[in-house]
Write a protein that binds this ligand. Structure first.
Ligand code: CTP
Ligand code: CA
Length: 226
């Protein structure tokens, strides 16, 4: 069993977590999204709650029930997620970006359902703001910032680039093509990398177990002494 059992090393801390996909509308009946289930982010929120934290979960659309005891804010688009994060980020001592935020959105949202016509429509995309990078630019020294990296190749090198580029303290590198890892499954496989060069291998395990391991690594000695 985990060394964390029964201990509440996060009591008195505010934790902010983003989770799930975002949904970027095309017209009143269609949208762009991705395969994220929200399971990893929700497991992190539940684990933080068990560890005593006051948790705010900002979630894109998922099929998961709202975790008990967690303040959950539901959003759809990346822009809505950014606004919800902006309203909560200052008071958070630990922030985890587990959401699979859409990198792009349709430039315009058609006000009426797009009708079938002789020529197929072209959807022009524009970039969404990188919420995690935005947090990283204004992060205070007393805040811990953790991101995820979803990769299908060059896992550690790509993750390390995101760790530095977004000014993170930790990144959880996820090979989303590995069997038993990534989007829409109950298990995950990852490697955590810290800004000071620590690496923590997280072999295949349930997302609930992985959430506890992630908190253990982030808490370091504080967690082990309790
Ligand atoms: N992220 C975010 N806002 C975005 C895009 C990503 O907050 N608009 C966060 C994710 O929540 C995740 C991290 O950035 O914690 C990395 O997301 P990922 O998609 O792996 O990386 P990107 O930087 O978007 O680069 P790419 O998709 O090209 O690999
Ligand atoms: Ca991305």
């Amino acid at each position: 069993q985990s060394v964390l059992r029964g201990a509440q090393p996060l009591s008195g801390k505010r934790v902010l977590i983003t989770a799930g996909p975002t949904r970027e509308p095309i017209d009143p009946v269609r949208y762009l999204t991705n395969r994220s289930s929200g399971k990893m982010g929700y497991a992190l929120a539940e684990a933080a709650r068990r560890l005593g934290a006051a948790v705010t979960l900002i979630s894109g659309p998922t099929a998961l029930p709202q975790p008990v005891g967690v303040d959950t804010i539901s959003v759809e688009t990346a822009s809505e997620m950014k606004n919800a994060v902006a309203a909560h980020v200052q008071t958070a001592s630990i922030i985890i970006a587990a959401a699979a935020v859409a990198d792009y959105r349709p430039e315009t949202v058609a006000p009426q359902k797009i009708k079938k016509s002789a020529s197929a429509p072209t959807i022009v995309l524009v970039e969404n703001e990188d919420i995690l990078a935005w947090i990283g630019r204004s992060k205070r020294a007393d805040q811990i910032l953790i991101g995820f990296a979803a990769e299908s190749e060059n896992l550690l090198a790509n993750a390390e680039k995101k760790l530095r580029g977004k000014n993170l303290d930790w990144i959880v590198a996820n090979d989303v093509t590995a069997e038993g890892a990534g989007f829409d499954v109950d298990t995950n496989i990852a490697t955590m990398i810290s800004r000071d060069g620590q690496q923590v291998a997280l072999p295949k395990m349930s997302k609930r177990e992985m959430a506890e391991k992630i908190w253990e690594a982030v808490g370091g000695d504080t967690f082990k002494s309790v």
